[in-house]
Each structure stands twice: as C-alpha cells, then as structure tokens.
Design a protein around this ligand. Structure first.
Ligand code: PMT
Length: 412
C-alpha cells in the first residue's frame, strides 16, 4: 500500500483448505471491526468451513468461483470482449487494499510461486496490485519440507508477508511450527498496518534481535534463550508505520517480514559490525538482541575431547554494541536499549540505564514463565527521558507492547 485509504480498508480474505479454516470465522469477526472483508473460499476450504457461515460473518456473499456471478457477455458486445471485465470479484480486487490468505496452505504458497491461476483465489492474487499477506497453517513436516522452505523464500523476496505460523500443538497431533497464528493477532497486525501506515515514512529504523552464538569448537556454542520475538515484533511495528527497517538478527526460527532488509549474524562481533555499519544512517536504533557478554578466548578447530575431569573455559569480554552506539550517537538519533533481569527489575535496570543512558530503556524480567525469553508475551518497565517516572506495561503480546513502545519513541 502506498497510501492510507480514506474509506474503510478493503480486505480480500482468501480461505484455503487447512484444518484451521474454521478459525477464519473468528478472524472475519476481528477484521470487520476496522475493515470491509470479502471472502474468497477455495474448493478445499469449503469442505472445512461452511460458505454460509462466512457469508453471515462477513455480511457479503462469499466468492468461490471465477465465473459465478459474472454477467454473460453477448458475442460482439463492444469493449466487453474479455470476461474478466464484468466479473464482480475481479472489479473488487482492483480496489482491494490487502489480500490476506488465512489460513494459507502449502498448496496456495506453491501456486503463488508458480504463478498458477487455476481457481479464483490464485487468479486474484495474480491480478491484484495490493500487498499479499499469508498466515500459513500446515503440518510441521510440510512447513519444513525443502519445497515449502524454498517457496517461502521466493515469496518473501517478492514481497509477500507472512504472519506466523506459531509453534505448538498441531491439529494432527504433532508439535512444531505450522500452527495458525491467533486470529486476534492476525487482525491486530492488519489493523496496525492500516492505522499507522505512513506515520514513519522516511524514518530509518535499525533493530537488533535474537541471540548471539559464540563458538567454542566446531560443534558447541555459548548462547541464550532469546527467540527474537520481541525484536521482530518491533521491526514489524516500525514497518507497519511505513519506516525503512533494517533487522540485524541472530539465529532464530522466525521469518522476517517482507520489506525488511535482514542481515543474519551469529556472533556478537558480527552483530556489532552490522549494527555499526548501519547505525550512522539510522534515525532509531533498537537493541532488543540478547548479546553474549563473553566469548571463549580460544575457538578450537577440532571438537574438544571429553576428559575424565571437568573443563575450565577462559572467556573474553565481547564488545558492548549498545554502549559503543551511545558514544557515537548524533543528537537527532534515538536509541532504545533493553535490560534483561532475573531479579530486582527496577533497581538493576536503573543501574544499567545510568551506565548506558539510552533515550529509552526497556526492562523485562527473564526466567519467568509467560514473559521475557521465548514466549509471545512480555511485561515491561519503560524508562524514558521523556517521562518523569518509569511506565509499567502489563503482560501483553509482544506485538502490542511493540506498538506501545513505538508510541513512546514518538514522544521524542
Ligand atoms: O527474543 P525474545 O525471546 O523475544 O526475548 C526478548 C528479550 C528478553 C531478549 C529482550 O526483550 C531483551 O531483554 N533483550 C536484551 C537482552 C540483554 O542482553 O540484556 P542486557 O541487560 O544483558 O543488555 C542490556 C542492553 O545492552 C541490551 O539492549 C543489549 O542488546 C545490549 N548489549 C548487551 C551486551 C553486549 N555485549 N552488547 C550490547 O549491545
């Protein structure tokens, strides 16, 4: 999308044949609070969620076939020689602001890659010029199949954004990646995309996310439990506002949103190089990464052999990326740091803020169930130069906290 529409945003929701298709009813309900939703149901999708229910939920007829509802063209009609000219859903696709495929099966991803147009949804995806977002839902083995992995990469490179999938229990009884993202969360991202779009146009935002991995030998590393979720949520939120976002990411299982330039790094040293190379041209730096403070003094070229006794490791201090950025900061730049604490959250974070005086320091407790590392949720205490007192943001989804943090950044 290049502009925020003045009318209600128009969403074409493609529902495909994943077992999660029944959740599209709930998704429509959430999406409708901020957008007009027209549903395109594939043949496989219609076996899993009744067309009628989707019609009731969206308030509009559900489109299932390319030619259903088309006005027949009489031979010789001037200007009407192409059937697409008179099909209502094609007309609608012209003005859609977003195509959201949710749930998206491996099949539709493959069709998008190949440019197939053998049903209504795939045809509209080729025809429409608006962004396409996909919320995949499939079995973990399918999700990790080399064909699907390759399709994901191609689609990302073409600008298709992915929402999820989540990791967890799957309908087939297996556990892993492939779970349909929560409908409320999908709707939240869509709503945020339309509400904030353009607010940060022209801003350059640099986000460091995820863990670092310090090698000890060719098979072992020193790392931590960061999943990258907090940093990725911030990168997505900045993108939703129209910023140009650069993500420097340690190893994670997450897919960066399309439209974000991502640099993958392993070690603190690599992260430092990427951050410092991009920092001078950034307006905002967000250091949500969990950077290893130490690395092994010596990296063995061969696997360290087990001995009968213990093993003592010598560690060397890693560079402090945030501290270095603070030293080089221009007055126009804004720096957001994080503070991960297991205890005495406020006091420890305050001590850190004195040593690393960022514009905003976000303290979060780690080692606690339901917040901090690895989970979709967090609770944070925000110290800001713009607020006399720290602000407490209670336990919420990282995506929502990211929005609130961006609102805090807006105060500068
Ligand atoms: O990734 P998730 O699973 O979603 O979890 C999110 C998170 C808990 C990792 C994130 O919210 C968080 O707290 N990130 C910072 C973790 C951390 O390294 O905290 P720290 O208190 O050790 O470091 C303070 C700040 O200095 C951080 O901004 C850190 O990025 C930065 N730092 C630390 C060490 C170092 N060598 N260089 C740095 O730049």
């Amino acid at each position: 999308m290049s502009e925020t529409p003045h009318r209600k945003p128009r969403i074409l929701l493609g529902v495909t044949g994943s077992i999660a298709a029944y959740k599209s009813l709930e998704l429509v309900k959430y999406l409708k609070s901020s957008a007009e939703v027209r549903v395109v149901l594939t043949a496989a999708g219609s076996r899993l969620v009744p067309e009628n229910e989707l019609k009731k939920a969206s308030g509009f007829p559900v489109w299932t076939s390319l030619f259903k509802g088309a006005t027949p063209i009489k031979p010789g009609t001037p200007g009407g020689s192409h059937p697409l000219a008179v099909v209502p859903h094609i007309e609608y696709a012209k003005t859609a602001d977003l195509i959201l495929i949710a749930p998206a099966t491996a099949d539709i991803l493959g069709k998008l890659v190949q440019g197939l147009a053998d049903d209504l949804l795939s045809t509209l995806c080729l025809y429409a010029s608006c962004p396409i977002w996909a919320a995949p839902a499939m079995n973990v083995r399918m999700w990790n199949h080399p064909a699907v992995v390759s399709n994901r990469k191609i689609l990302l490179a073409r600008g298709v954004s992915f929402l999820g999938p989540d990791n967890g229990h799957l309908a087939c009884g297996e556990v892993g990646d492939g779970r349909f993202a929560e409908p409320r969360e999908i709707a939240f991202q869509v709503e945020s995309h339309f509400r904030h779009f353009g607010e940060w146009t022209g801003k350059k935002v640099l986000v460091a996310a995820g863990p670092t991995r310090e090698p000890l030998d060719p098979v072992r590393v020193i790392t931590n439990h960061s999943s990258g979720k907090m940093g990725y949520a911030l990168a997505q939120a900045a993108l939703n506002r129209g910023a140009e976002v650069i993500l420097v990411s340690g190893p994670t299982r997450l897919i960066p949103p399309a439209g974000i330039k991502t640099y993958w790094v392993e070690t603190a040293e690599e992260m430092r190089n990427r951050v410092h190379r991009n920092f001078p041209k950034s307006d905002i730096l967000i250091m949500a990464a969990a950077v290893s403070d130490y690395r092994p003094s010596r990296v063995s070229k061969t696997k360290l052999k087990k001995t009968s006794g213990g093993l003592t490791l010598r560690l060397r201090k890693n560079p402090d990326i945030l501290a270095e950025a603070l030293k080089n900061k221009k007055s126009s730049q804004i720096i957001v740091g994080f503070s991960a604490e297991t205890d005495h959250l406020a006091q420890n974070a305050l001590n850190k803020w004195k040593k690393k005086p960022c514009d905003i320091l976000v303290a979060n407790q780690v080692g606690k169930k339901g917040s901090g590392f690895g989970t979709d949720r967090n609770e944070i205490l925000v110290f800001s130069r713009k607020n006399p007192k720290p602000l407490w943001f209670k336990n919420d989804l990282k995506s929502r906290l990211a929005e609130k943090l961006l609102d805090e950044i807006n105060k500068f």
